[in-house]
Design a protein around this ligand. Structure first.
Ligand code: NAP
Length: 251
């Protein structure tokens, strides 16, 4: 039973945390735009799950680090849903483990373009549609940060950690810019979550390797992160803005 016709765009909604957010949002009555960059079958599978459960969703290709893709993605949401109520800035990448003195300029450019510029561009397009200053009806944005922003990720990827530090700062600053325009902006800092991201950085065994060092002696699931994100998007969090929630099992 669809309780509301609120619409949500999830960047990187095809796999991992974004897929869990998309599915849970579908269950909660959001109409969901599921963005992906290359893995169309994964995005279509998420859409099919939402539709099978009686929800409304569609998949949309686009690299958040490419401005024309971001513009096309939001235009597609306008065309399909006619409104945007929520954005989850989830798309993000890691890279191989490296010390800072081994990191190339090309690597930095890719990391910061996707993780920082991508989140900024999507937030900009969301604000243009949601802000009461622009004729919108308000909305909510959740940005995916990481515990790495606090911990620094020494010898893993300081560049990734720093990209998430930028997200924490953007969350605070943007929240203050649009607080009186009906938009809440919050962040989530996941800890070690069992998704493909670790393998994509060349470390498929990372979760198992660090498990015993974690406070709860286990990793988190994408669904556990998704529940926090859905709460921040919801009216239950109506007085929560400009903050970033740790979902790290205490790490
Ligand atoms: P994941 O399993 O690797 O999935 C990444 C998702 O992002 C996929 O849907 C992928 O699309 C998409 N994506 C990648 N680059 C993109 C781009 N340039 N434009 C649009 N979409 C893009 O990642 P995850 O673990 O779920 O992580 C999601 C977010 O949580 C990221 O921001 C990550 O930094 C953050 N995070 C994760 C952890 C963790 O332990 N997993 C911890 C802290 C923070 P395709 O399917 O098309 O490739």
């Amino acid at each position: 039973m669809i309780a509301t016709a609120r619409t949500l765009l999830v960047t990187g909604g095809s796999r991992g945390i974004g897929a869990a957010v998309s599915r849970l949002a579908g269950q909660r009555g959001y109409r969901v735009a599921v963005n992906y960059v290359t893995n169309r079958p994964a995005a279509e599978a998420v859409v099919a799950d939402i539709q099978t459960a009686g929800g409304d969703a569609f998949a949309i290709a686009g690299d958040v680090g490419v401005e024309r893709d971001v513009l096309a993605m939001f235009q597609a949401v306008d065309d399909r849903f006619g409104r945007l109520d929520a954005l989850v800035n989830n798309a993000g990448v890691v890279d191989r483990m490296a010390r800072l003195d081994e990191i190339s300029a090309d690597r930095l450019e890719r990391m910061f373009r996707i993780n920082i510029t991508g989140a900024f561009l999507c937030a900009r397009e969301a604000v243009k549609r949601m802000s009461t200053k622009h004729g919108g009806r308000g909305g909510a944005i959740v940005n995916l940060s990481s515990a790495a922003a606090r911990l620094g990720s020494a010898n893993w990827y300081v560049d990734y950690a720093a990209s998430k530090g930028a997200i924490d700062t953007m969350t605070k600053g943007l929240a203050l810019e649009v607080a009186a325009e009906g938009i809440r902006v919050n962040g989530v800092r996941p800890g070690i979550i069992d998704t493909d991201i670790h393998a994509s950085g060349g470390e498929p065994g990372r979760v198992a390797a660090v498990r015993d060092s974690l406070p709860m002696k286990r990793e988190g699931t994408a669904e556990e992160v998704a529940r926090g994100i859905l709460w921040l998007l919801s009216d239950e969090a109506s007085y929560t803005t400009g903050t970033t929630l740790d979902i790290t099992g205490g790490r």
